[in-house]
Design a protein around this ligand. Sequence first.
Ligand SMILES: Cc1ncc(COP(=O)(O)O)c(C=O)c1O
Length: 478
Amino acid sequence: MPLPSVRRRRSRPSLELPIHLDRARGHLAAQLTDALRAAILDGRLPSGARVPSTRALAEDLSVSRTVTAEAYTRLLSEGYLTSRPGSGTYVQALATLTETRHRAPGTPERNAAAERRSPPEVKPPVTAILGKDNKEWAAAWRHVARTQPPNRYLDPAGEPELREALCAYLLRSRGVRCDPGMVVITSGTQQSTDLLARALLRPGKPFAFEEPGDPAVFDTARVNNLYCVPVPVDGDGLRVTDLPTGPAAPRLVHVSPSHQFPLGHRMSVDRRIDLIRWAEAHGSVIIEDDYDSEFRYDGPPFPALVSLAPRRVAYLGTLSKVLTPALRCGYIVAEPELARATAQIKGQLDGPVSWPVQAAITHLIDSGGLERHIRRMRQHYARVRSILGEELACGQDIAHVTGLLAGLHAVVHPLRPIDIDQAVTRLHTLGAPVTSLADHYHASPPTPGLLIRYGGLSETEAARLAHQVIQAIRSAAT
Ligand SMILES: Cc1ncc(COP(=O)(O)O)c(C=O)c1O
């Protein structure tokens, strides 16, 4: 059946694109958003093109105006469209993705940055968020207790039922399309990163990551004797122009595009495209650490980077934020060859994740319990982070706050010189879940700041934490 295309009208801008909306599937606004986004990314809707009004497009597609308005609002918030008051809505000026590929040859063997950083002495505070409301959790474990465990060694990639359940969950929650052959169940993001590093890099080869970033990633580089390439981030995410090119280009780059860890920025669309183009040009793989996108308080998260370039991006998810880090369970989604290679290494290192853990998570996903739990947790943390934001604003004369857009942590940046170690020590004696931002820098001189984690806190505890932080910053002023 030919696709109905949007008709041209002389008096107003029109899309000459075949847009097929499958009414039987429902979610028309989401389908339209995806179709327009794809057209912008592959250049069929060129930069600067004016798009029809929501009313005109609704008429052309025979859908309600709510559908077109919702799609435009989403694309405006993602940065694919821009609106000019009194003039209309336009495609944002973006680079498009191209398909250039070549491999980077050999690379240097050692670097000072890898040697400068010593391992952290203490693990940062744990962000357990199960709370008292653990109905779904209890039901899952009752189900496991009633089930006969398998009398065999398991597939190192993970049980097929869990991989299947995760594919359906990722499609619903993140729009990520994958099949079970692309999924590997791991004991968390830290192991996922380690497996990818082992699969793709040999000792001495370069491995790029965000600066500041996640100390667990620095640890992975160190234990695998990799050549560390810390790459600065700014408000748009990792500075792609600072990535080495040519023979020194790293084959693996770790990023947290949905909510940069720790600073909290969201990687802009342009930066995403630049990063994918860089990876395609150098035959490199991007690790997308999507550790907390379930906790987005101002609407759905940006589409995952992996949806833009499934062959270039290995997507990492974890149960540590939505359930508890004590569970030790996460997953990799990668193209099938890379998924097989990482599963094989997992089999050689420690074997599959234990059956009861896999069975409990499968039950949580299949019963809808995980998503119900996440919805409740999201509501709870939306309230907690508002209180935290309001109370921290009482100290706006001495500090400003970033990263409250999403997730379960924020960064407080003092506006005047302070003795940050003194502030951290004081806060630790009060039991506050705070670390120095300096712990998240690998090589470059750190910007002073405090990282506060509010996973596991009630509203009252969050208000108290904010007061303690402001007080500690005031007292540590030099
Ligand atoms: C940036 C980042 N990625 C991933 C995780 C989760 O790691 P894991 O799954 O190994 O517990 C965390 C936990 O705090 C994190 O901060």
